[in-house]
Design a protein around this ligand. Sequence first.
Ligand code: GLN
Length: 203
Amino acid sequence: MTTVGVLALQGDVREHTRALEAAGVTAVPVRRLTEIDAVDGIVLPGGESTTIDKLLRAFGLFHPLRERIAAGLPVFGSCAGMILLADRVLGGREDQQTLGGIDMTVRRNAFGRQVDSFEADLEVAGLAGGPFHAVFIRAPWVEEVGPEVEVLARIGPGEGTGRIVAVQHGTLLATSFHPELGADHRMHAHFVGMVQGENQRRT
Ligand code: GLN
C-alpha cells in the first residue's frame, strides 16, 4: 500500500489529504523527520512560502528534506509548495530559502493584485479527460525552466506562449494552482502514479 505524506506545518493540509485518499492511497499529515521517512512521497501544500520556509527551519526539517528531495523523494508542490521546490525565486523575501529540486525560476505573487485569485480551465499534459479546472490564489508562475523540466501546462494567450503554471522534473511535480480544491483528483492521481513509479516523464 502506498502512503503519501502531506507536510502539515501550515496551509491546506486536509484538502490534500482528502484528494490523495480519493486517488487511492493512504495519506497522512507529516511534521517530523521520522514521519517523512515513513512515506513514499510527500505533498507540499499551498499557504505562505515564507512562513513554511521559516517553520521548516524551526522544526529542523529544512536540510533533511532538501537532502531527501535531492536523493529522489517524490514531491508534489502546489502554489507555495511550487515556490519551495524551485531552485530560484523572484520576488521572495530577502532571507527566503527554498528546498529546491526543480531547475526553474519561479516568480512569487506573479499574477499581481488585480487578479489575486481566479479560476481557469487548463489543458494539462498527461491528464486525460479534458481540461482541468484550476484555482489560482496569489499564485506564482514559472518564468524559466531548465532543459530537463517538462512543462505540463500554461495559461494565457495562445498555444505554447502563455505563462508556465505546471511542471514536472523527474519525480518532482509542481503547480501554480490548487488542485486539492474541488472534486477533480486527476492531478493527485498523476502524482500517485509518479510515486508508484509510473508517469515518470524524465527526459
Ligand atoms: N503567495 C504565496 C507565497 O508566496 C503562495 C500562495 C498560495 O500558496 N496560495 O507563498
